[in-house]
Design a protein around this ligand. Sequence first.
Ligand SMILES: [Zn+2]
Length: 748
Amino acid sequence: MKSKYLPLQVEKYVQNFWKINNIFLFKDDASLKKYYCLCMFPYPSGKLHIGHIRNYTIGDIISGYKRLEGYNVLNPIGWDAFGLPAENAAYCNGVLPNIWTFNNIKVMRRQLKRLGFSFNYNREITTCKADYYKWEQLFFIKLFKSGLVYRKKSYVNWDPFDKTVLANEQVLDGKGWRSNVKIERKKVSQWYFKITEYASDLYSDLNLLTEWPLKVVEMQKKWINRLDGYDISFKFGEKFLFFNFFLKNLGSICFLNTVFLSNEHILLNYFIRKFFLINPVIFKKINVVFKKFSFNNHIDLYDLNFLDVIKKNSFLNLFIKIKKKNLNYLFLNLLYNLKSFRKSYKFSLKDWCISRQRYWGSPIPIIYCNNCGVLPENEINLPIVLPKISNMTFTSFSFKKNIGFLNSTCPLCKSNAFRETDTFDTFVESSWYYIRYISDLMVKKKLFKWLPVDQYIGGVEHATMHLIYSRFFHKVMFDFGMVNTKEPFVNLLTQGMVLMGGTKMSKSKGNIADQEDIVVKYGADTLRLFIVFAAPPEQSFEWKTNGIKGCNRFLDQVWDIAFKVKSFCFDVNMDFDSLVFETYQLELLKKFNFILDKIYLNIFKTKAFNVVISLFMSILKMISSFRVNSNVDIFIYKTIFESLLVLLSPVVPHITHYLWSVVLGKHDLIIYQKLPIKFNFIQLNDDVFNLIVKVNNKFKKLLVLSSKLSDSDVIDIVLKDSDIIKFVSSGFKDIIYKKFKIINILVY
Ligand SMILES: [Zn+2]
């Protein structure tokens, strides 16, 4: 190859090498420490967008550094393939959902490979395959047998467009989160997971999630919402009935004159529209009024200035209005009526409705028998496979008309029985997929070894639903003895969005950067580099094309220096400890050490990969301006450059592989290298020191100076430095010098 950087040729060559040599296939190496890095898996829409690429690039970089650190890294990918969006899109595109889904997976897998992600494709999972959902069905049966599943006829959120029930979380401002049409209330039999049974653990174990973003923990706290208060019994007008309430503030009871109940409340079946209670404190009438409430169950009662009273175990549908008077009654009568009060707490979290009346999902393994009632399918009959449909009439498909599927045998009395025709909500699949990556056969030993996930990366939009459901699954599995940790994800990183024109890129707004165009023009390495250089991972950033060009130029320079290093034709097997360095060489080595410390701090501690890239750039700048006059110079130059290549390899894997193996002719692959370590100076000690130069508190540059200089000499050198002089050309207010450490020049 010519000595010009041609990314497309380089990337094609390297990807082919990886493929032939199975470089990224996962091997469970017992001799190494494990590291499990997980990116939220995509729904196979058919096209990778920049948001995906940001997510996977961050994950790939973390995986890469962990490999260099010596870990056995699991870095898997799969497909969240069931669900309404796929079914609707298939319908719109005139194809069957399975064909649509598998075609999209093929396209997206090719796009992932083109970007050089080091995913373990031998651990790929697809949730719409029976070898995935059979485990889910098995787990459901376990839950059923443990009493954590129930069926209930209740008012549900009915999406008239998608013709299915939605969870409360999937209703936004009274509209379906996918369809955006107004949600209706309908009474339907539904399957529920008793997630409320775990509300207390889900809430208190948030304390264990010290490596999660605080905002996510806060969102979950708010979602589960523990309310401390009192259970209060009200007597009805008639003597025979008691009516229990949860009241947050006991004192407010004596101001109470009206209670609002949802008009879906069961009491409406027993009473006319208006009746009254007797206030147990002041023995006055409390009017009860039935009222229509919004579906949004996250009205903040405090903000609305209502007394926060919630009937126990019901939809958040009860409000008590108060009037501020008669405060004096309170304490006298409280004591008197003590029997009516009990200290208590409750959670806002509701049980999770998991059944959907749609085709494209995992069948729920339940049998209806006329003799035995509702019971789970026999485990040996799993998986209950979703019936195949063969023509485009699938929109009118009905399980109830599919006799082959519907008719079954009762596992108990062996008489004829029917199958459940609802399917699982797709959130069921995504609640446990991180476990499926580990072991085909769900071997306990493997799960114990590989869990928890060490690093999880995904969008903050999953802070509540997905991340609460997975925590729930994990806790149940822990109680079943299937896993040995209480929480599934140790570290969580929620990456920011990629914006264009200040808003999130979206097809409907037409503000999309086509990643394939960029890859064709600049190569995958440039795109990966740009995406992490643009901002810290958690922050959103604005897409800028000139930023991409800058990253491309940086790789051009890396390329050119590699050829310069190659041209030295010099064997570097020098014994570092026996070398005697000149001051200018020492300066370079010390500076490298200093930068390396900062690099590792930012990789492993703050994960500020944008800072890491800028530090790589300063290393490159540093050696580009280093004049090579002797063999020791060559040794230094070459050693630092090779370290830079290794450090760069997780970010830009193609160019670094190529330069390392092909141009520099190294035998061991770059991905099998170890993280570079600092130069060890025994002979030179403190002859020089690193001085951080700041102007108006902002870092400008690092100087390496002799320790023998006086303070005034140091200041003099700084002020005359070619990079600093421009800032002080019109004078300065003050100079703060911390000996051998920092100098800060305050200018006007
Ligand atoms: Zn039976």
